[in-house]
Write a protein that binds this ligand. Structure first.
Ligand code: ADP
Ligand code: MG
Length: 692
């Protein structure tokens, strides 16, 4: 009998070569294959005669290959293969780009079965072309087309592993092996019943070869629920465990130092800041450890909230740690903290990888001896050698750059369980907050401090660059500073795009001749980068050309202009982050998005930037337009990739899954069922729960 953990090579039709190719896709076991879900489906119940094609309709066509042409096209000479097929009622041309290897398969005389969208062929009287090809198969002489009909799965295929292969082994697996296989349920029976879920075995069979659309929907529902439910269980357990584990610290209500910090601030907290601060005080004063996310748009004033919380822990006799994702940001925080807190008699230290080994060791010793009240730093703070004398609060800034694991590492650094505050400017849509940050409580800072000059944003064509930069120059001559952001560092494949280096040279020897310009990008050495940033910070550099390394947190209030080249290359959330670097001082600020805006979609996206500065709205749009993977960058959040659920589209399933997970946590028996499942399925992500 076959086991889920068996190698795929035991499946009929999978030899060692194919097994190896499958391995490259991350499919090693029978279970991996079973959960290699179709990318989409096609309804091939009807084959349409070519004469009856309607432009724009999704169709399946079967014809004989009449001829095959190969051309070179485009600047980079990509190969274009065009097959003309006929079925006795008309002709249809089908085109493949850059798939030279198909030449040997698409032999005239063979029958070709294609699905996709057809349109009128360009200039060909009454002829059709497949304008959007979904799938195709070359049929062997004896092969019946009937075997292809019905709702068919479309898998992410590769050159070595085509659709036909996947469909074949999948159907062998499902028909011959699955019925005898042991297949444990992953959801407690009570929950399955209550939510009326399809049994797992049926769902897995139907997700690959559904009888009809309604069965497909049920199968998808069930599997998406399962995925979201388990992750929610994991996150909720993490949260609960975080709150119970060890002894939390019970801070006292605010006293002298917190109050004098409040009085020494040059401004009043905004209502949202006050609310966040109240949430934090309540958490810190409770005996359970705090796990809170402060989510506030760029410039909304999160730092001061962090500072207050850190002073609160110091006032209670503990040490506070603040971790920033970059050196420059850590340094900025450090300087700001020293300035504000030294007068209150609070000792602030700095720890980063850039310190000499000797200096670092001294810091380690001093931190362990409790000589510093607050330590600001980078990743260096979570190295193993760092031990705090009495850690009371950990703040991580711009948290989306840290994974769950790193967060956990810092939390472990105290004898008592320290309170944890994470801050992010990435406006995270609610669906994501529930998944990625499901283990945290959330405070929102939506309003900006009063008196900010709103940033005005314009989308402009590249032919206006000269004018734009001339205007920037006049601003610099009036004493302001400016950023120029480019998507690329230097000659990458996309040779159309000027690199940051090229733009830098063009500008400093051109329009900005005589003004001091600087360049930073990700491939520079850390020290060089720091130096340029520092010079910009100190107003020694007036114009800073950069890639997106400046994205996070840098605060130069004198900078009032930003030009973003090839703005269509960036996501909206990212553009918003970039734009947040300006408009931080009393000056009118302008952000110019330079883009040809070739496509409708690109234009539409950039127009949204002109019309709103609401980061939350932009993030929702961005997530909608680009999908969650792009939005967060791969694996930054430390959660498993979703195999089937869609955080945007499956909000209703997500809410049900959350509800079910909450009920599970209250049910001893169901917990006994779910814990081993989590241990097996999500060992990496939820190691801390399963340590139990
Ligand atoms: P972010 O949330 O992006 O980290 P910061 O904490 O860096 O924002 O704050 C941006 C600027 O706003 C800082 O110069 C800070 O001093 C200022 N600021 C913060 N809160 C207020 C407030 N309530 N009123 C006026 N200015 C404020
Ligand atoms: Mg900040």
């Amino acid at each position: 009998m076959m086991l889920l953990s068996d190698s795929v090579k035991y499946i009929k039709g999978v030899g060692p070569k194919k097994a190896e190719a499958l391995g490259k896709l991350g499919i090693n076991t029978v279970y991996d294959l079973l959960t290699y879900y179709p990318r989409t489906y096609e309804d091939q119940s009807v084959v349409t005669p070519i004469a009856e094609l309607r432009p724009g309709e999704q169709v399946a066509v079967l014809g004989t290959i009449m001829n095959l042409q190969e051309k070179q096209g485009g600047r980079r000479g990509l190969s274009i293969l065009t097959a003309m097929i006929g079925d006795g009622t008309g002709f249809l041309s089908v085109t493949w780009f850059n798939q030279k290897f198909l030449k040997n398969k698409l032999k005239p005389g063979k029958r070709l079965f294609v699905t996709g969208k057809a349109s009128y062929a360009y200039g060909g009287r009454g002829q059709f072309a497949m304008s959007r090809l979904h799938s195709f198969e070359v049929l062997e002489p004896e092969e019946e087309v009937e075997s292809l009909c019905g709702i068919l799965p479309v898998y992410p295929a590769t050159e070595k592993l085509n659709q036909k292969f996947f469909r074949k082994i999948m159907s062998t697996l499902l028909q011959e092996d699955l019925p005898q296989m042991e297949l444990p349920e992953l959801i407690p029976a009570g929950i399955s019943r209550h939510c009326q879920l399809l049994p797992r075995r049926e769902a897995l069979a139907a997700i690959h070869f559904p009888e009809n659309l309604s069965e497909l929907k049920d199968a998808r529902n069930r599997l998406a629920f399962e995925e979201l439910y388990l992750i929610q269980c994991g996150l909720m357990l993490l949260k609960k465990k975080g709150k119970q584990e060890g002894k939390g610290i019970r801070h006292l209500s605010n006293s002298r130092q917190v109050k004098s910090l409040g009085e020494s601030l040059p401004f009043q907290l905004t209502a949202d800041q006050q609310k966040a601060w109240r949430d934090i005080c309540k958490d810190m004063e409770s005996p359970l450890p705090m796990r809170r996310l402060v989510q506030g748009d760029v410039g909304s004033g999160k730092t001061v909230i962090a500072m207050l919380a850190l002073v609160k822990t110091v006032e209670n006799g503990f040490q506070g740690a603040m971790m920033a994702p970059t050196e420059i940001l850590a340094e900025q925080h450090y300087e700001g903290f020293v300035k504000q807190l030294a007068p209150l008699g609070i000792k602030v230290g700095f720890l980063s990888g850039s310190l000499t080994k000797k200096k670092r060791e001294e810091m380690h010793a001093a931190i362990a001896a409790g000589e510093y009240d607050i330590v600001v730093g980078t990743h260096a703070l979570i190295q193993e050698e760092v031990a705090f004398a009495r850690l009371g609060l950990v703040v991580t800034d711009e948290q989306h750059r840290f994974g769950i694991d790193q967060r956990a590492a810092l939390e472990k650094k105290g004898a008592l369980t320290p309170d944890v505050l994470v801050m992010t400017a990435t406006p995270i849509p609610r669906t994501m907050t529930l998944t990625v940050y499901g283990d945290l409580d959330v405070s929102l800072i939506k309003q900006l401090p009063p008196g900010r000059q709103p940033i005005r944003t314009f989308v402009r064509q590249p032919d206006r660059r000269e004018l734009i930069y001339r205007y920037v120059r006049t601003q610099l001559e009036e004493g302001r500073q400016a950023y120029v952001v480019c998507p690329m560092i230097e000659g990458s494949e996309d040779s159309d795009l000027p690199s940051a280096e090229e733009v830098y040279d063009e500008l400093r020897y051109g329009i900005f001749y005589g003004l001091s310009c600087g360049l930073v990008h990700g491939r520079m050495k850390a020290a060089e980068k720091e130096q340029v940033m520092q010079d910009f910070y100190d107003n020694k550099v007036k114009l800073l050309v950069s890639t997106t390394v400046i994205e996070v947190g840098v605060n130069v209030p004198n900078a009032s202009m930003m030009v973003i080249e090839h703005a269509d290359r960036f996501g909206l959330a990212q553009l918003h982050q970039l734009r947040g670097r300006i408009g931080r001082g009393p000056y009118k600020s302008y952000c110019i998005l330079v883009s040809e805006g070739k496509t409708e979609n690109a234009r539409e996206r950039l127009k949204i930037m002109e019309s709103t500065t609401d980061g939350f709205q932009l993030a929702e749009e961005d997530l909608r337009l680009r999908g969650p993977g792009q939005f967060f960058g791969r694996r930054q959040h430390g959660l498993p990739d979703l195999k089937i659920a869609d955080v945007l589209g499956d909000m209703d399933i997500l809410l049900k899954a959350r509800e079910a997970a909450a009920a599970t946590l209250e049910n001893r028996e169901d917990m006994d069922f779910v814990l081993p499942v989590l241990a097996a399925q999500y060992r990496e992500q939820f190691a801390r729960i399963t340590e139990l």
